[in-house]
Ligand binder design. Structure first.
Ligand SMILES: *[C@@H]1O[C@H](CO)[C@@H](O)[C@H](O)[C@H]1NC(C)=O
Ligand SMILES: *[C@@H]1O[C@H](CO)[C@@H](O)[C@H](O)[C@H]1NC(C)=O
Ligand SMILES: *[C@@H]1O[C@H](CO)[C@@H](O)[C@H](O)[C@H]1NC(C)=O
Ligand SMILES: *[C@@H]1O[C@H](CO)[C@@H](O)[C@H](O)[C@H]1NC(C)=O
Ligand SMILES: *[C@@H]1O[C@H](CO)[C@@H](O)[C@H](O)[C@H]1NC(C)=O
Ligand SMILES: *[C@@H]1O[C@H](CO)[C@@H](O)[C@H](O)[C@H]1NC(C)=O
Length: 177
């Protein structure tokens, strides 16, 4: 785990004004809602399809379905973020899809990328979702507009100078009780 990226995440959180208000959790979260915070999406939940940031995540006109998530902490060994539909059926695990313009989606299998004995994947840094690429912790989520008002595709950006979306978002988890 790289100190520099941890620090930049901290600054990112301070930048969003959340660091001082937030109880820093050490553990993972189960049955949590993931929401995106950015210019045009304030606390909009992440819904299923590929993954969409939607003001109304159950909007069936836009073919959206809400999800809940089981998420581990970066302090653990598990980097598989699992999604479940409201009816309790497992939806799959979160993946970045290079073959689909780096859309972030859910695949109905729990596959994990092994890179020389260590793993890459998604976990929580406090309540913020981050990606471990086996060297760095990164949080390069962007929102990409769709043909539906109030619905953005969740995408991953490799290079902020050539973003794959319209505006950056911070993805945070809130545990449902
Ligand atoms: C935000 O939404 C407004 C109104 O829909 C739109 O005009 C603007 O271009 C959007 N901004 C970004 C960064 O997507
Ligand atoms: C996600 O599912 C896999 C396979 O069942 C499991 O090994 C892993 O622990 C789960 N992740 C979390 C955060 O519960
Ligand atoms: C649960 O909901 C999902 C998404 O709407 C659907 O695809 C699946 O078939 C449902 N499963 C059951 C057992 O009803
Ligand atoms: C795995 O390790 C080998 C030998 O150390 C190295 O050549 C290779 O680039 C590594 N692969 C990855 C994906 O890091
Ligand atoms: C992780 O990301 C960094 C920065 O983008 C890159 O330099 C590094 O090669 C990546 N490592 C792996 C294993 O993909
Ligand atoms: C998960 O949260 C939902 C509310 O979003 C609640 O209705 C449901 O009972 C919870 N499930 C579990 C297993 O805690």
């Amino acid at each position: 785990m790289h100190l520099k990226s941890l620090l930049s995440l901290l600054f990112l959180q301070i930048g969003f004004g959340l660091a001082f208000h937030q109880h820093i959790k050490r553990g993972g979260e189960t049955n949590a809602t993931l929401s995106a915070y950015g210019t045009n999406s304030t606390n909009w939940p992440i819904a299923y399809g590929l993954l969409y940031i939607a003001e109304y995540p159950s909007n069936s006109n836009a073919n959206l379905t809400p999800l809940t998530w089981d998420l581990a902490s970066i302090t653990g060994e598990c980097w598989i973020a699992n999604a479940t539909f409201v009816n309790g059926t497992r939806a799959g695990s979160m993946y970045i899809m290079p073959e689909n313009e780096y859309a972030v989606g859910v695949l109905p299998i729990t596959r994990i990328a092994y890179l020389n004995g260590t793993v890459s994947g998604f976990a929580l840094f406090a309540s913020q979702l981050v990606y471990n690429n086996n060297t760095f912790l990164e949080a390069q989520f962007w929102a990409k507009s769709t043909s539906f008002t109030g619905v953005y595709g969740l995408t991953w950006t490799l290079d902020d100078s050539a973003p794959s979306g319209d505006f950056p978002v911070v993805v945070k988890a809130t545990e449902n009780s």
